[in-house]
Design a protein around this ligand. Structure first.
Ligand SMILES: [Zn+2]
Length: 419
């Protein structure tokens, strides 16, 4: 849809959403009233800045006071057909409700993203994320199914069984974390199978920063003889909202009729215009969420706008995610994301690593544990210093195997135990 039409649709939906929040939820009514805002003050995206930003902590406090859904819920309990938990990377997870219409909207938005990432009706698609509680399970399953692909709900912990059934199922596509295709390839090799001849043509990954790094993609594409596309979603908002197209120049925002995106300076909270080169925190406002809507929700994901127009014809802006602001650490004034270290290690053919932060404030040298690095520790430490600007000590270790997301950052001062 051309941008001008899109803006009109957004404005219509925004007015309805803000009014719904104001009329049906004590939480949102309080929040708007405290800021002196009435629904009629918010007529377009340009008026959004009048509403204060919302944090996950506020929503969590609301749910602690009124479990399980909190007083920001806007649907009657009989209208709620499903509750998902957010992944809870930081603190207690949120319980988010969906009406039947919410699930339809979520599937539609997610399907748009997964289509961009290559899912098609003639695919037999393995869904290898956890189905328990969390949005990435059933919600992404529904979205993938909406593309017309034939879904196989695998979940986690089934790799050996999956390989036994492989020849009968003949899967062509895999949806998983970034870590899983690596794990599955190793498991296949242990079973005497070469991943390259298993017929998988498409890897669609989610949930971990680093999926857009060219060396990471090259590594996994080479391992499976498949294409790889990264996706982006936020369980507090919808499931999957954005995905790379075949250009691999950033993630296309695909949630146009479901959520409005702002880019905000995380320190000053000022709105930053969405144009190529702009950076900031992604902030989400629902446009069509009945049960658990959010207004100006801080994602803590730091993004850079890569572009707007795209040869593929999609009009959703394209962005890259450097990582969650919670994962960023500062070494003598240098901001570091684990994904930057990951990109560098992948260039050297290394997949498994962990960063150890002993104390706060973080002081160099930083300890970086890397598997398979033997003999190249010093060379790698010098590359990190030259490219990322901080001093580190690289140690060769063996790290735990996992089907789930890989943990990259260990903050010993917050009680994490060394891997
Ligand atoms: Zn594109």
């Amino acid at each position: 849809m051309p941008p001008a039409w899109m803006r009109r649709l957004e404005e219509e939906l925004l007015v309805e959403q803000v009014t719904r929040c104001y009329e049906r939820s004590p939480f949102w009514r309080r929040k708007l009233a405290d800021a002196g805002v009435r629904p009629e003050h918010v007529l377009s995206g340009d008026d959004l800045h009048r509403i204060p930003l919302t944090t996950k902590e506020e929503l969590r406090a609301s749910q602690e006071a009124e479990p399980p859904l909190g007083d920001f819920v806007c649907a009657d309990p009989v209208e709620v057909v499903r509750i998902h938990l957010t992944s809870g990377t930081t603190g207690k997870p949120l319980a988010l409700a969906y009406t039947a219409e919410d699930l339809r909207a979520s599937a539609r938005i997610g399907a748009r993203a997964f289509w961009a990432a290559g899912a098609r009706p003639d695919d037999v698609l393995l869904h290898c994320l956890s189905y328990s509680f969390y949005t990435g399970g059933l919600v992404d399953h529904d979205s993938l199914e909406e593309t017309g692909a034939t879904m196989v709900p695998v979940g986690l912990g089934q790799s050996a069984r999956l390989l036994e059934l492989w020849g009968d199922l003949r899967p062509t596509a895999l949806f998983s974390t970034l870590t899983y295709p690596l794990y599955l390839a190793e498991t296949a090799e242990e079973h005497g199978l070469d991943p390259r001849v298993l017929g998988l043509r498409k890897l669609i990954v989610a949930g971990e920063p680093g999926g857009q790094l060219a060396p990471t993609r090259a590594r996994l594409e080479g391992l499976w003889g498949a294409t790889m596309h990264d996706t982006y979603g936020l369980s507090d908002v919808w499931g999957t909202l954005a995905a790379e197209c075949d250009e691999h120049e950033g993630l296309h925002f695909c949630g146009q009729d479901g959520v409005l995106v702002e880019l905000v300076d995380p320190e000053t909270e000022e709105v930053v215009a969405i144009e190529p080169g702009a950076t900031g925190e992604l902030v989400f406002t629902h446009l069509a969420r009945e049960a658990s809507p959010v207004l100006r929700f801080r994602s803590r994901d730091l993004a850079e706008i890569v572009g707007v127009e795209c040869p593929c014809g999609r009009t959703g802006f394209r962005f890259s995610v450097a990582g969650r602001s919670d994962d960023m650490f500062r070494v003598r004034g240098v901001n570091v994301f684990p994904s930057a270290i990951e990109g560098l290690l992948r260039e050297h053919g290394l997949d498994r690593f962990a960063v150890i932060l002993e104390r706060f404030p973080v002081e160099p040298p930083i300890e970086v544990l890397v598997e398979g690095v033997d003999g190249r520790e010093k060379e790698l430490a010098e590359t990190v210093k030259a490219r990322l600007g901080f001093t580190c000590v690289v140690r060769a270790v063996s790290l735990p195997r996992t089907e789930a997301k890989a943990k990259r950052l260990y903050r010993l001062y917050e009680g994490d135990e060394r891997p």
